[in-house]
Design a protein. Structure first.
Lengths: 329, 329
DNA sequence: TTTTAGCACTTTTACTTGACAAGTGCCAAA
DNA sequence: TTTGGCACTTGTCAAGTAAAAGTGCTAAAA
């Protein structure tokens, strides 16, 4: 348990360091609270013993450790009211009545990325929560065929395929079978249903039924299991902790491209705003992910903001809170 | 006009520098051709006077200038036969009979990006070359509606929109009007046709015709005017000329995200393989873009490979040539 | 008991210095 | 026309120095 003064000092150090990423010395702190630098040094030593602060070298000022950030977020941070300008920018997006919810979210996270210089992510609902709504087939020329799949959440995917020696009627018959028999099925179970419910039937009247079955099977299994939208990826380059370290950047950029890692973001089950600092997330030990789930009607998903550990926690949490409330009403 | 020997020296320098990005001295060259380093130095001085070589400092070896690369590409480069391994990897993609052409191209450029460590780009045909094939509307819930647009090239886009106080029948009637009256129109002219051919008609029997018209108008004008696919963006970080220079990276990454810049790639009108070195392209003075158009049936587009000026020109040109030929037959 | 002044100590950073390597330009001889 | 040779330039690396920033600790003050 920390004393009042220790809390005060830790808070000051974290906030100073967030503003300006250079180690914080005892002198600046001693000016801010009313006591000598020696006293501050003693307290800093104690905070370091507790694992909340670190030194970059024996005689440097202090930097918050991962545990320090954690403690700050859990105990010291005060939620910041959004400033008028930020709110105005977001209201411009929210006010637009014509936009569907998913567009509103995407656009406003784009705005947030620009105003904070952090990367933002929107994750849609997972494939097992998306039910097949409709399959549509549109012939492009005598060889190619575009297959369009729509889910009940309005997620659309399409793929153009080549079919040989299969008549259009055969294809259309198959599609109408699919629409009649297995729409309403979760996307990731469609493959199974195709095999057991559609394949036996079309076997009877489609010459190239094996081929036709294979094609549809692939279209459905290639269906991405979650819509993922990353915005402001390049903002990562603006952060001093990364802009001097190509290896970090490579890692972060590669992770942002890996769908599996990103979809891990959504693991948590409750509805609050979550902060994953450094090693607490799967992306990189030097980033923090702040995220929250949202749910409105039958649409749900997760929005996340990714930045350096030295993130403006209070501002970001405030923003996400505002976003969430605006989405859900 | 250069002498035989000058050509030889320039070629050697360019190729050595491409292999290993350190300035090339007279000694190594003198060993490769049969004469003394002093002679080589004289020739190098001459090549520098002609603007084909540069020094990084007064006593450094030489580095090819932009004009040097250009001269190399135009006069000295010998086309390289593809090696068996590269060919094998690509054949694996080409052999897959089930893939539609656009997937074959995308997949093989992904392979090329991985084997060369360069960024690759595929551009589809422009919107004025894409004719509206079909509009499809799928109701998601009582407020939202997914609109799907398919072009004759198999390019698909979709958008979910909110409609208030418009009945489903009204929407469907409008859509069938669009499909009957203006399918076959180039995408970028659909807006106009909507206004003059559809709006007057629906005005008669749709209550909220203004709203309905606006929604469709926006869907069509938001249609991206060209499909652009960038692969291996992160490969840029592997190039030593960029990995030490964050500002360069920022610029290149931002350019790769700007559709306008990329679509400039397609400006040229003939069918050959084009090389745009440094300032000859719009992306960055330190990159080279090698590109070619392809055309098969009614599908056409451009494929491009983007790397440092110090690019393996012969290998890349060979690859693109191979790609082009394989696509077109 | 807590706070503080003060001092010795450590480390980083920015410069300088010197030695060496790599490479050039140019002159004079082959 | 080519080449050997030499003076000269620049970059790099290691070592050294001085100043700046900050710490820990001790002993005195509150």
């Amino acid at each position: 348990m920390l004393t009042e003064r220790q809390n005060k000092i830790l808070k000051l150090i974290v906030e100073k360091y967030i503003k300006n990423p250079i180690p914080v010395g005892s002198k600046v702190i001693s000016k801010a609270i009313n006591c000598s630098s020696a006293t501050v040094r003693n307290e800093m030593g104690e905070l370091e013993k507790q694992g909340l602060l670190e030194k970059t070298h024996t005689s440097s000022g202090r930097v918050p450790s991962e545990a320090g950030y954690r403690y700050y977020v859990d105990n010291l941070m005060e939620l910041k009211k959004m400033n008028g300008e930020d709110m105005l920018k977001l209201q411009m997006v929210f006010r637009n009545q014509q936009l569907a919810l998913s567009d509103v979210i995407t656009k406003s996270l784009q705005v947030i990325s620009d105003m904070m210089n952090y990367t933002t992510v929107v994750l849609g609902s997972k494939s097992h929560e998306n039910l097949l709504k409709k399959v549509e087939v549109i012939p492009i020329d005598d060889e190619n065929l575009t297959v369009i799949i729509v889910t009940d959440k309005g997620h659309v995917e399409h793929k153009t395929i080549k079919l040989k020696d299969v008549s259009l009627e055969e294809v259309e018959k198959t599609v109408s079978l699919i629409n009649n028999l297995i729409s309403g099925t979760p996307i990731d179970e469609v493959g199974k249903k195709l095999e057991f419910e559609i394949k036996p039937i079309i076997g009877n009247y489609v010459k190239q039924h094996e081929q036709l079955y294979n094609v549809f099977y692939h279209v459905f299994t290639d269906f991405t299991n979650q819509e993922i939208n990353v915005m402001g990826r390049n903002k990562m380059l603006e952060q001093p902790e990364f802009s001097t370290n190509i290896e970090k950047i490579k890692n972060v950029f590669n992770k942002l491209d890996e769908r599996e890692i990103l979809s891990n973001i959504e693991e948590d089950d409750d509805n609050n705003i979550k902060v994953y600092i450094g090693n607490e997330n799967n992306i990189d030990s030097d980033v923090t992910v702040i995220q929250t789930k949202f749910k409105k009607g039958n649409e749900e998903g997760t929005i996340a903001i990714i930045g350096p550990k030295r993130m403006e926690y209070d501002r970001v949490v405030g923003l996400l809170d505002y976003m969430k409330k605006n989405i859900e009403r």
